[in-house]
Design a protein around this ligand. Structure first.
Ligand SMILES: [Zn+2]
Ligand SMILES: [Zn+2]
Length: 142
């Protein structure tokens, strides 16, 4: 047999971590897409004006380490969204959703990298606080 090549190992890994460092998720390569969401659920879940989220294929997950808890809510279309957080510090690290079974959505701020990919779109822009102006490159979706 020849040498097995794991395509994931060829890509640079990125690790997202909760605030206390107890829960860590490592993914390989770049996100499939990056967006911001200003819906009221995301405002509550993050405690701030919007969520900055990076979608990766579940196949890109290298590891998930640490204690975690999850809770589910329903989306507008009545499908579940599961949010996973660190039970010690409460940081929402990632979520999965019935509507996108092959993907995981990671809280982009947890990568701790201000140069991380900018969102291509801002969803629920109508709930965006008036003081927050979007950069020209970000598509606003009401
Ligand atoms: Zn934590
Ligand atoms: Zn949202």
């Amino acid at each position: 047999m020849g040498r097995m090549t794991d395509t994931r190992s060829a890509l640079p890994n990125k690790t997202a971590s909760c605030a206390c460092g107890g829960l860590r998720l490592t993914v390989a390569g770049d996100p499939a897409s990056v967006y911001a969401c200003g819906c009221l659920e995301c405002q509550r879940a993050t405690g701030t004006a919007f969520a900055w989220r990076a979608r990766f294929a579940k196949a890109a997950i290298v590891s998930v380490d640490g204690e975690r808890r999850s809770w589910r809510r329903s989306s507008d279309s009545d499908r579940w969204i599961e949010q996973t957080f660190c039970p010690s510090c409460g940081t929402l690290l990632y979520m999965s959703a019935e509507a996108i079974p092959d993907d995981i959505v990671v809280s982009a701020g947890c990568f701790g990298d201000p140069a991380f990919t900018a969102p291509a779109a801002f969803f629920w822009s109508k709930h965006r606080p008036a003081w927050y102006a979007l950069d020209n490159g970000v598509r606003s979706v009401a």
